[in-house]
Design a protein around this ligand. Structure first.
Ligand code: FES
Length: 397
């Protein structure tokens, strides 16, 4: 089957893809033939990752606590990380066993990457074939594994695509700092030319996916007369206040996503943005998700939790939201508390991923303008050298 036969077949089977073609004003006649390809293009999906099996939990936790971009613990970071990961491993292993024996984030990331590239091969054949790689910061497949795979493949053009829609120096920033360090170690000649998608908090496809999943849950879990009375609680991973006060853009970008989703929904429901997963004794950004849900439940309020900063299920949705917060309140007799499904394999979301990449390719920029600005109170050499790497050395792309 030739390319266009395949594309026609996909279009018949995939009405949403047709809408995508219209959005980009691409008609079959205007797509250059595959022979004019400037590809291949590697796309590395960056995320924190999660242990796919119980034996992987300890190493996952150690890497997480050893990352000073995520959790600055001072001079003895590695020693403290060793101690905390040893202390917390049994409890966290138990949590993973309660959600089926591991995190599904790898499975979802691989699915999302594969489907996204299938769409990209049709919509942007000139940069194809597009080859997905998953690069996790703390779990397999690690960023360094993905980097080596790209080197081994011989692909010379790569996009680092963060799967955190809202930028934080603790998440996307950490992954990009790691990627620039790896590039100097594993590819000192600079044979791979990188560009980065560092944030996409208000992308219309992302916003539409959230809106569709919220509407679906309202319609399936509540009676028609109850639906507009349900409070929408958008929940995102919290940050230590030391990180917020350094000038991290994450709280503002998460709020931008929430506002865009509420706008798409016509502001029919009351809502709040709340923050989950705090650890340790230092102050973190609030209000805490668990406190808020309990307080509203005691007032008899129906509510829906929406994980607004994760693109797939993992421990924070399946355990913290579903079992620890909703499950425990249900055991106490509270009802009407639900969670919107995660983005996972939602077809509108997979199309959104492809659209984000196409916009990036069309713009031809190495990164967003915002990436060039470090946090006003940042003094970290790694943040400066990664910007130098991506914005100066890759400029000739
Ligand atoms: Fe934000 Fe360094 S901590 S740029």
């Amino acid at each position: 089957m030739n390319f266009w036969s395949k594309a026609r077949c996909n279009l018949r089977q995939w009405p949403l893809l047709r809408r995508q073609l219209a959005t980009h004003n691409i008609s079959p006649g205007s797509i250059p033939p595959l022979t004019s390809s400037k590809g291949p293009t590697a796309i590395m999906l960056l995320n924190m990752g999660g242990p796919a099996t119980i034996p992987e939990v300890h190493n996952f936790l150690y890497r997480l606590f050893a990352d000073e971009d995520l959790m600055p613990l001072g001079k003895y970071q590695k020693q403290i990380a060793r101690f905390i990961s040893w202390r917390r491993t049994p409890k966290i292993e138990q949590h993973y066993s309660e959600i089926g024996g591991g995190s599904p984030i790898r499975r979802w990331s691989e699915y999302q990457g594969r489907e996204m590239c299938r769409i990209l091969d049709i919509l942007s054949p000139e940069t194809g074939p597009h080859v997905p790689f998953v690069g996790f910061r703390y779990a397999n497949p690690l960023t360094e594994t993905a980097f080596q795979q790209i080197l081994d493949s011989g692909i010379k053009r790569a996009i680092a695509f963060t799967q955190y829609p809202q930028y934080s120096c603790s998440t996307t920033g950490s992954s990009l700092n790691e990627l620039s360090t790896l590039s100097k170690q594993l590819d000192p000649e600079g044979t791979i030319h990188w560009s980065i998608i560092d944030r996409w908090p208000t992308h219309d496809g992302l916003v539409s996916s959230f809106a569709e999943l919220i509407t679906a849950k309202l319609e399936s879990a509540y009676k028609p007369e109850e639906q507009e009375e349900v409070i929408l609680l958008f929940s995102a991973h919290s940050l230590p206040m030391s990180v917020v006060n350094r000038g991290d853009p994450y709280p503002a970008e998460v709020a931008a996503t929430v506002w865009a989703v509420m706008n798409k929904l016509g502001f029919k429901n009351k809502y709040r943005l709340v923050w989950q997963s705090q650890v340790g004794p230092t102050p973190w950004l609030g209000a805490q998700t668990s406190d808020t849900v309990k307080a509203l439940a005691k007032k008899g309020q129906k509510m829906m939790l929406i994980p607004i900063a994760f693109t797939s299920d993992h421990i924070e949705t399946l355990h913290e939201l579903d079992l620890e917060i909703i499950g425990e309140l249900e055991e106490e007799g509270f009802t009407g508390i639900t969670r919107a499904d995660s983005l996972n394999g939602h077809p509108v979301f997979v199309e959104a991923l492809a659209d984000v990449v196409i916009n990036h390719l069309k713009q031809g920029a190495v990164a967003t303008k915002q990436y060039a600005m470090t946090c006003p109170m940042c003094t970290k050499e790694s943040c400066i050298s990664s910007r130098k790497f991506f914005l100066e050395e890759q400029r000739g792309l």
